[in-house]
Ligand binder design. Sequence first.
Ligand code: PLP
Length: 355
Amino acid sequence: MPRPIRAVIHQHNLEHNLAVIRQKVGQAKVWSVMKADGYGHGIKRIWRGLKDSDGFAVLDLHEAILLRNEGWKGPILLLEGFFQADDLVVIDQYQLTTSVHSRWQLAAIEQALLNKPISVYIKLNSGMNRLGFSMNEYADIVSQLSQMENVADVTLMSHFANSDMVEGTQAPLAKIQQFAQLSLPTCIANSGAVLWHKNTHYDWVRAGIVLYGASPSGKWGDIAEYDLKAAMTLQSEIIAVHDIEAGQSIGYGSKFTSEKPMRIATVACGYADGYPRHAPTGTPVWCQGQRCALLGTVSMDMLTIDISDCPEATIGSKVELWGENLPVDDVAQAAGTIGYELLCALARRVPIDFQ
Ligand SMILES: *Cc1c(COP(=O)(O)O)cnc(C)c1O
């Protein structure tokens, strides 16, 4: 028998979440963001659950090629564009839409021998200072690219650093709107902007984390009202149970010591499965219909939970580390991170069931 740990991917929840997002954005088209192998869910497994998207946005050429080989004929956007000029051969062959954020990419496009002109997203740095052209040079870049024979059409693209905050899009949006006279199709909204800033939706949105049922802010409470559902459940089982006396310590470093007699359970899940090692005592773990507390340090292959108040829990009981019953955001928050990181970090050794 294999270890009892597995991740379950809920295809119907992906479909459902996409429908929720479509409702939110009205006429705007939806790029479903699939970078990091579909936020850890596996592009190959999940893309069909999101096939009602208008396009898929990815990071790497191999992700785009995989989607084409799987039979996706619609648009594919390279979020960070190409990393070297040679990549344009592949962009041409697979008909990918590329973003452009640096000047060297203009020259590369101009000089490439393409079979067909390509669609280009021109990235504007609206304040995040990560990728994109500055306010001063943007109009010039647009004009240069628009005149190239290798370019079929151009779209204004920008990214928000603070779309999970009430006024987080105000200043960048004011900058972006200065280019309104260019009348370009516009694509600026990520998940936070999709949910909380309707005035950023424009022509296309780029929805990532919300499709997977986690919160752009990292706090489940912020999205609880939107009826988004977990696309991934990470589950395992109890493999040992112990009754311990007061004064007993648990796990490496003896970081937790009992103050009273307790019933504890060992669960087949550890940091080598992608569970955060820095999750502290008290991090919620779902077992037998209730939240139990993690105790002590997470090991490579196991962790320990308190089942003192969970009398039905026994060897073989199902445990959910995150998913449909326990939002990944709640686990992430306890561990000082965000759901994105936990989902993306699911380890290769965890078998995946597809439902
Ligand atoms: C990852 C990414 C997104 C999606 O972000 P979410 O917060 O998951 O919606 C959108 N745009 C760009 C450029 C990205 O890199």
